[in-house]
Design a binder for this molecule. Structure first.
Ligand code: FAD
Length: 349
């Protein structure tokens, strides 16, 4: 166990926002998690669980204890058609992808290079290149922090959606401690995403696909150790068919993707690009010049509020042009914990 007191959180969030917490503790077991959670709450302190801080935006100093989930462990067993992996929440997601790939259990390649830890992956239902975690998730083990009880949510009960799950809705006093994945022994490359369609389904190997995705990601997403960011800042809006049809009539080149439920996914990057905001800067916050869905801490000294103000500006411009209100994918954290990002936008803009 490592304890840091009144330490900056700059190195614990990929946006590199320089705020502090009262204390930061690395937690390596469920019992440590329970002890620190109880200690903090008995002293009326807020507790924030973090993995890699890759999906959060700190708005100010955090008045409480940050617990970094580092519960390790990886068990593999097989059934006739699947590999079953039980993974501690404190394992690094990308290392898991590499481990499975190089031990001949391919399947997770499209989700390679997504920063962060395994524990956050089901909360956010991480996704990339046409694949989402939910396609592999067998269960999620959750520790109820107020009574130490462990609950297993089977995949169906996780209510996975686009960058969404039940854990985003009822996550107070819970910690994800392990995730169970199920990987088919028969590998089929998933190449239906636009940027993968040039690949040959019958010739490509899992490792070639993994490398291809690495190159694509390097070209479009800044390395957070160099330029602070949290990946895609906004979600792709999912709208009713009639709204998409009206927009398509006005903007025939607008890309969109039809969903199974009859709704239509629009592409936030295209909407932002169409407002000519790629590379735009507001104070120390900016829109990444190669991918407008990524907001950046331009010179590593932006505040969280500067990023929010830029996000507000983008939302307003997109709404003025398309009557679509973008919603953030990133979670906003104030002095006491997560806040409603949309409410903050409405107050600030
Ligand atoms: C460069 C970059 C690229 C990215 N690309 C993608 C992408 O392609 N696809 C994608 O889906 N996402 C992407 N992301 C977002 C991010 O990688 C994922 O959301 C990831 O799952 C976050 O993991 P984390 O451990 O850093 O979570 P954190 O940011 O630490 O936490 C996120 C939220 O989950 C909560 N939390 C974390 N761990 C636990 C736990 N064990 N128990 C309970 N609550 C917990 C936190 O309190 C917080 O609210 C990207 C981010 C970056 C910086």
């Amino acid at each position: 166990m490592c304890i840091f007191n009144k330490v900056t959180l700059k190195y614990f969030n990929t946006f590199s926002i320089d705020v502090s917490a009262e204390s930061i503790k690395e937690v390596y077991s469920e019992s440590e998690l329970l002890i620190y959670w109880r200690q903090a709450t008995q002293n009326n302190k807020s507790v924030l669980l973090l993995g890699g801080g890759c999906n959060v935006l700190f708005l100010e100093d955090y008045n409480g204890v940050v617990l970094l989930n580092r519960i390790k462990g990886l068990l593999v067993h097989e059934s006739s058609n699947f590999w079953h992996l039980h993974i501690g929440a404190g394992e690094i997601w990308h290392q898991l992808v590499v481990y499975s790939l190089f031990r001949n259990m391919p399947g997770l390649e499209n989700l390679a290079w997504i920063p962060g830890y395994v524990g956050a992956a089901p909360i956010h239902n991480i996704g990339a290149f046409g694949v989402e975690l939910q396609q592999f998730c067998e269960y999620v083990d959750v520790l109820q922090l107020n009574n130490g009880e462990k609950i297993r949510f089977m995949s169906f009960d996780c209510k996975f959606g686009y960058r969404d799950s039940i854990f985003k809705k009822k996550f107070y006093k819970y910690a994800v401690v392990a995730v169970g994945l199920k990987i088919s022994k028969i590998w089929h490359p998933v190449l239906n995403y636009r940027s993968l369609r040039s690949l040959n389904v019958s010739e490509i190997s899992p490792i070639q696909l993994f490398r291809f995705i690495y190159d694509l990601r390097c070209r479009s997403i800044p390395d957070p150790s160099v330029i602070g960011n949290a990946g895609s800042f906004f979600k792709n809006p999912i709208v009713d068919r009639n709204i998409a049809d009206n927009l398509s009539n006005c903007y025939p080149d607008m890309p969109c993707s039809f969903q199974c439920n009859g709704k239509v996914k629009l592409f936030a990057a295209w909407l932002i690009d169409s407002c000519h905001l790629k590379g735009y800067r507001l104070g120390n916050a900016g829109v990444y010049s190669k991918q407008s869905l990524v907001l950046i801490n331009s010179n590593q000294c932006a505040t969280g509020i500067e990023i929010v103000k830029l996000a507000c500006f983008i939302r307003n411009r997109v709404a003025d042009k398309f009557s679509i209100w973008l919603e953030p994918e990133v979670r906003f954290i104030d002095a006491h914990g997560e806040i409603d990002a949309i409410k903050l936008f409405n107050e600030l803009c």
